[in-house]
Write a protein that binds this ligand. Structure first.
Ligand code: RIB
Ligand code: CA
Length: 324
């Protein structure tokens, strides 16, 4: 059993990542935190609760509000991709009787800010906790700034972020999670804890299509698959507009998948730097990943260069369907 903390800017793919983590018996989800990113923090926290509300559980992970703004710049959210509510508009869906289709349950949100909860969990479980960060790294950076030595007792960090040998999504050369808070990423990348970075190079190989979801639903509907279908509708249309195909990049679910099966991705170990000042490149993650690259600098970060998309998508759908 791997103890994990999910640090999310729940958004549509974050929501699928949370469901995958909660459906994976290999993982003990100790906490789910929210950070401003895809949507403002209030939406993110509401979305986390709506997603967890889909699961009939005896007990739920601790919930923590994180940072409402990046460390040094104003928030640049992504409503064009995730919808104004950050959840593909499903918060506005209603049943025939007028009740909300995806209500927000009154799951308690702890009094501690996310950074403090991270530090307390690392103290409680030294060298056992995997932090899976699939949003801007503001919460993790805040925890490092508060107590770097304690954060170094994390077992590992898995981050969805960056883009190396392809153009990117927030800017030409800046991936969204890093671009929203470049300084936070720099702080976390320099922490020195074993880290796996899952960039667009890997995640953009993994595309969920509507037909995949509907095919599995024909085998038996369940609330998680219905949510996946409903929440990805807006997100898939956004991909059609932005990327020219109707499907959903599975950025964040792949990061959770790697926590369960690292073999879902191929990696290269490297130092990774972050551009924190460039006019055109602020938020760019920088590393030479070529085996014989001139600027190659082997380091402590395993950077995913490719993904086994077919195996992962099958794994993801089976887990949501209910088979472990
Ligand atoms: O670039 C993709 C990442 O940015 C994903 O984590 C998505 O949810 C957004 O946060
Ligand atoms: Ca995210």
């Amino acid at each position: 059993m791997k103890r994990v903390i999910l640090d999310t800017d729940t958004g549509v793919d974050d929501a699928l990542a949370i469901l995958l983590a909660m459906r994976s018996p290999e993982l003990s989800v100790e906490a789910v935190a929210g950070v401003a990113g895809n949507a403002p923090l209030n939406h993110v926290m509401s979305n986390i609760r709506r997603v967890l509300g889909l699961l009939a559980r005896a007990e739920y992970p601790a919930l923590a509000r994180g940072e409402p703004e990046p460390l040094l710049r104003p928030l640049q959210a992504a409503p064009e991709m995730h919808g104004p509510d950050g959840l593909g508009g499903v918060t506005q869906l209603h049943r025939a009787d007028g009740s909300p289709r995806y209500p927000e349950p009154a799951l308690p949100v702890g009094p501690q800010p996310a950074a403090e909860l991270f530090l307390d969990l690392v103290t409680a479980y030294p060298d056992e906790i995997t932090l899976i960060a699939v949003g801007p790294l503001t919460n993790a950076a805040r925890a490092v700034l508060k107590d770097r030595q304690r954060m170094r007792r994390l077992k590992e960090i898995i981050v969805m972020g960056g883009a190396f040998r392809r153009y990117s999504n927030a800017r030409v050369h800046a991936e969204f999670n890093i671009h929203v808070d470049p300084m936070a990423a720099q702080i976390v990348f320099n922490l020195g804890v074993p880290m796996t970075l899952i960039p667009l190079d890997a995640t953009e190989q993994v595309i969920l299509s509507r037909s995949m979801v509907e095919e599995v639903m024909r085998e038996g509907e369940n609330p998680l698959l219905e949510f996946a279908r409903d929440a990805t509708a807006y997100y898939m249309q956004a991909h059609l507009v932005q990327d020219g195909f109707e499907g959903a990049y599975m950025h964040d679910p792949l990061a959770v998948g790697v926590a369960v099966r690292p073999e879902f991705v191929q990696t290269v170990e490297s130092v990774v730097s972050v551009e924190t000042r460039g006019y055109h490149t602020c938020g760019m993650a920088v590393a030479d990943l070529r085996p014989e690259g001139r600027w190659r600098r082997p380091g402590h970060i395993k950077v995913a260069t490719g993904a086994d998309a077919e195996s992962f998508l099958s794994f993801f759908l089976e887990r949501l369907k209910g088979a472990s």
